[in-house]
Design a protein around this ligand. Structure first.
Ligand code: GH3
Ligand code: MG
Ligand code: MG
Length: 250
């Protein structure tokens, strides 16, 4: 299980239970130091002991639960992009390293797509920044609806998105890239009132079977190079790049 999926509220509640047990146990210990043998003192004071035990276990585990839940919310927020609700670049970088390690073990493919909106600045210039924001949110929903459940979609820059496709061969990844590009091209975005507009996206693709020397950075730079070519060759297109030779010293 990945650490970012761990539920801290469970751990903190359990720690609360342990802490809660500590107080009545300490009370018994204190009793034995002051000349009250634990068992006979316990027999005399069983009501007080049970009251203390339940009270402190409930109180500590409740505070543990609240603290853990708060930590869970903070962790989720720190990995989520506020505008689109997608995962952010920090989460994406963690995940790609983990998926790459997994792919290396199984000698499987890993593919990466980077999508960049074409001439997005013009949208802001013509329709205003809030309209641009709305377009980005709708686009995120559109992309989410078009990736597989096991793929990982994230917003990695202003108008830049990345999709990691674990296990996807170059041909599967290419099909996915074209599917996303076509879906964006076909969509009419409602940006403000009755105003609607269309936009296109360029996609850079990097795909390779993971080897012992594969690095996440080589996937990023290959997908970036491919994106650069897609822009240069006219936009609204998909280009792919081979991964450069891995650098064993890095
Ligand atoms: P290209 O086809 O070469 O990618 O052109 P472009 O205009 O999309 O690229 P450029 O890098 O020149 O501009 C990106 C624009 O994206 C500029 C910036 O204002 C806009 N942008 C970045 N983040 C946000 C955002 O969160 N909201 C809005 N509305 N605009 C954003
Ligand atoms: Mg860009
Ligand atoms: Mg752009």
């Amino acid at each position: 299980m990945y650490p970012y999926r761990r539920k801290n509220w469970r751990l903190r509640a359990l720690q609360g239970v342990l802490l809660g047990l500590g107080a009545p146990m300490g009370w018994l210990l204190l009793g034995s130091f002051t000349g009250h043998p634990a068992l006979s003192w316990l027999k005399d004071q069983i009501g007080v002991f049970i009251y203390m035990l339940l009270g402190s276990v409930v109180a500590f585990s409740f505070f543990g639960f609240r603290m853990g839940s708060y930590e869970d919310v903070l962790r989720t927020e720190s990995m989520t992009d506020a505008l689109t609700g997608l995962k952010n670049v920090r989460y994406f970088k963690e995940r790609i390293s983990e998926e790459l390690s997994r792919a290396k073990l199984k000698r499987r493919h890993l593919s990466l797509l980077i999508l960049d909106l074409d001439h997005f600045k013009r949208v802001n210039d013509k329709h205003g920044h809030p309209a641009g924001d709305r377009l980005l949110s709708s686009l995120a929903a559109l992309l989410s609806a078009n990736v597989r459940a096991k793929d990982m979609l994230a917003r990695v820059g202003g108008e830049e998105f990345a999709v990691m496709l674990p296990g996807a061969s170059p041909s599967t990844a290419l099909r996915m890239a074209h599917r996303l590009r076509r879906a964006v091209k076909a969509k009419v975005f409602q940006v403000s009132g009755k105003q609607s507009l269309k936009i296109t996206v360029s996609v850079g693709l990097a795909s390779s079977r993971a080897s012992r020397l594969s690095r996440p950075e080589s996937y990023y730079s290959a997908a970036d190079r491919a994106l650069f070519h897609a822009k240069r060759l006219g936009r609204n297109r998909v280009e792919q790049e081979r991964l450069g030779p891995p650098n064993p010293s890095s």
